[in-house]
Design a protein around this ligand. Structure first.
Ligand code: MN
Length: 245
């Protein structure tokens, strides 16, 4: 690399660092008011694997920011608060807690259901989406399973859409692996399929907080747009893991 191009590279890197710092500073005052208190505890908020505006094809940046930085953060804080004073639970992986939710002490079971489910579901939600991801449909064994279970990818999407619209009020629609087969379901609130012995492969958050800024009451438009940002590579990996477990 020539000195000139290296200097140019450093200059560019410096400029983008300045932009990202500026962006952070600008975001802080807005966040400080509604942000969840960072609670000490074993569970932590994972960073978004892309920028807030990376999913604009379906979800606007402001919704992503509030959804991740406030709603998801509040579930993490709530889960940490729930397991405080329960050291065995605090050391347990979250998926194991949810699979064994009936073993969680009754006094905190609902809080762990709500906040633990919320933390698990949202951590998954960020991963199964990606910028410009929707153009690559399911492939391999996952595509075969979709086709044999639902006739075709289009029929799968039609049924998943119907489940997303059938959920009255807040909740999620799910593609799950259970009893060695795929199926579509929907559930209220943050109830996680792990609690019923199923493995979530794909989930769509249909709480109003997930879409209201751009779509208001038009949940069907949100569901239809969402396919543009589904990361089928990640979903296919989840299918393979579930099938081999
Ligand atoms: Mn949500």
């Amino acid at each position: 690399m020539s000195i000139c191009s290296r200097r140019q590279l450093l200059k560019t890197a410096g400029a983008s660092l300045a932009v990202s710092l500026l962006g952070k500073n600008l975001a802080l005052p807005a966040l400080a008011q509604g942000a969840a208190q960072p609670a000490a505890g074993p569970f932590t908020l994972p960073a978004l694997p892309y920028a807030n505006d990376a999913l604009e094809a379906a979800i606007d940046a402001r919704t992503m920011e509030i959804h991740h930085d406030r709603h998801h953060a509040a579930y993490v804080a709530g889960l940490n608060a729930a397991v405080a004073g329960h050291p065995a639970l605090a050391q347990m992986p979250l998926d194991r807690i949810l699979r064994n939710i009936t073993q969680v002490p009754e006094a905190i079971r609902q809080a762990v259901t709500n906040h633990g489910g919320g933390h698990y579901n949202h951590s998954m939600f960020w991963q199964i989406m990606g910028p410009n991801a929707g153009g690559n449909p399911p492939a391999g064994a996952f595509a075969d399973a979709i086709n044999s279970t639902f006739t075709s990818f289009d029929m799968f999407k039609t049924q998943f859409r119907a489940a997303s619209l059938a959920r009255f009020g807040s909740g999620w629609s799910w593609l799950v692996w259970s009893n060695n087969r795929l199926s579509i379901t929907h559930a209220a609130n943050q109830d996680c399929p792990l609690m019923t012995g199923a493995v979530p492969i794909l989930g769509l958050d249909v709480w109003e907080h997930a879409y209201y800024l751009r779509y208001q009451n038009r949940r069907p438009e949100y569901v239809d747009a969402w396919w543009r940002v589904v990361n089928w590579t990640n979903v296919g990996m989840r299918f393979n893991q579930a099938r081999q477990a």
